[in-house]
Design a binder for this molecule. Structure first.
Ligand code: TRH
Length: 380
């Protein structure tokens, strides 16, 4: 074991949305609560952080939350001592004064870039390789991933057990949903919808409305709301707004705490998610899902999407795999998905079983926090 009280500094710049802070906050908490590390989390945008963790006081430069020292990353960096392990999340650039502080240490720190999540094969070959050097300090690539030989996925200890228990307890689910003002009609399928703007949404809502099965669609406040409002023919959608169109009830939810969002995913029969962190959380929910991948220049996100689909659908029959591929690719391209949805519904039990099996398979890997600590242990 690395010595207790090993000090870690995690650096997070909020580029856009909530994934950067979502991932680093989750990791920081886990290093403290499960690995007994001392963690400072440097964040340049506390407002984004406050959405996931309402206890954050955005006026403070330094505060403790759940055992993590949260520091506002100031525009004018003051000198601080560098930690034993330094993580630059998503290739963020460390302050030059801090880089000098790393180099000034008697024993240089372990410096890692925690990279973006990808299922592409090359990740296995690059995970753990040395990257650039600053003076005496060597930086390493640390890649999360789905395959053995990568850094794995963030997964808190006991998460799947807690999830299973909750999913087997209809009363706990009813109470949780009721607490958010959600009271679905008996027999309605629950779907959560967290996505970027998407022109393909209307075709999906059309088929859900025309379906014989009632659907209760839960839409957390966010970028897709404009498309939902357009389809409903309303000017705007406030939190709590509920609209019914034939078999479809649409309800707008507030942005909830990260742990409540997990529970929401666990309650739903189907989860539409986006980015990086909600994508992983939906996999731990063990239910069929749909990913709106974060768009990147020159469409490189499409390679990432296909790489994940190849792994995720490997157990499915050719027809079910084709349905999933069609649905996911159309959604991430903003094309209509109504027909793809109907096709996927034909394979529902198989898709449910696949979601469960995929979740269990992924849980066989060491979680990302454990893998980071192991990497440090090997390095010292
Ligand atoms: O918000 P995202 O789109 O985030 C990111 C960023 O765009 C980032 O720059 C990009 O690199 C990355 O995606 C791939 O999606 P993500 O990653 O799912 O982050 C959302 C976070 O918000 C996640 O931690 C879950 C959390 N969340 C809540 O805590 N409560 C909520 O109600 C909802 C809807 C989400």
């Amino acid at each position: 074991m690395p010595p207790l009280n090993t000090r870690w500094d995690i650096f997070c710049t909020v580029v856009d949305n909530y994934g950067d802070i979502g991932v680093t906050w989750r990791l920081a908490r886990q290093l403290v609560s499960e690995q007994a590390m001392t963690v400072r989390l440097w964040v340049d945008d506390l407002r984004a952080f406050e959405r996931l963790c309402p206890e954050i006081d955005i006026s403070l430069d330094q505060q403790w939350q759940q055992g993590v020292e949260v520091r506002h990353w100031p525009a004018e960096w003051q000198e601080v001592e560098a930690a034993d392990v330094v993580i630059a999340a998503f290739a963020c650039q460390l302050p030059s004064v801090y880089m000098d502080a790393m180099a000034a240490r008697e024993k240089p720190p372990l410096w890692m870039n925690l990279d973006y999540l990808s299922a592409e094969d090359w990740v296995v070959g690059c995970h753990g390789l040395p990257s650039v050097k600053y003076k005496s300090v060597q930086k390493y690539f640390f890649f999360p991933g789905f395959q053995p030989g990568t850094g794995g996925l963030l997964r808190e200890s006991g998460l799947l057990e807690r999830r299973q228990q909750f999913q087997q307890d209809p009363e706990a689910q009813r109470q949780f949903l009721h607490g958010l003002g959600i009271d679905p009609a008996p027999g309605a399928q629950l779907i959560s919808l967290f996505a970027y703007e998407n022109a393909g949404l209307a075709s999906w809502l059309d088929v859900l409305a025309a379906d014989s099965t009632p659907t209760h669609l839960l839409v957390p406040e966010g970028r897709i709301l404009g498309d939902v409002a357009r389809w409903l023919g309303v000017e705007s959608l406030a939190i709590g707004a509920t609209h019914v169109r034939q078999a479809l009830t649409v309800q707008v939810l507030p942005f909830v705490r990260q742990d409540q969002y997990d529970q929401l995913l666990w309650c739903c029969d189907f989860n539409a998610v986006r980015g990086e962190d909600s994508f992983v959380r939906a996999q731990w929910a063990g239910r069929p899902m749909l990913w709106h991948i974060y768009q990147q220049d020159e469409d490189i996100h499409l390679d990432k999407l296909d790489a994940f689909l190849a792994l995720y659908t490997k157990r499915l029959s050719p027809a079910a795999a084709e349905a999933m591929n069609g649905l996911w690719r159309a959604w991430s391209a903003g094309r209509p998905i109504g027909d793809h949805w109907l096709e996927a519904r034909k394979h529902w039990p198989e898709l449910q079983e696949n979601a469960r099996a995929w979740c269990l398979e992924q849980a066989l890997q060491a979680d990302l926090a454990t893998a980071l600590v192991q990497f440090y242990r090997n390095w010292i």
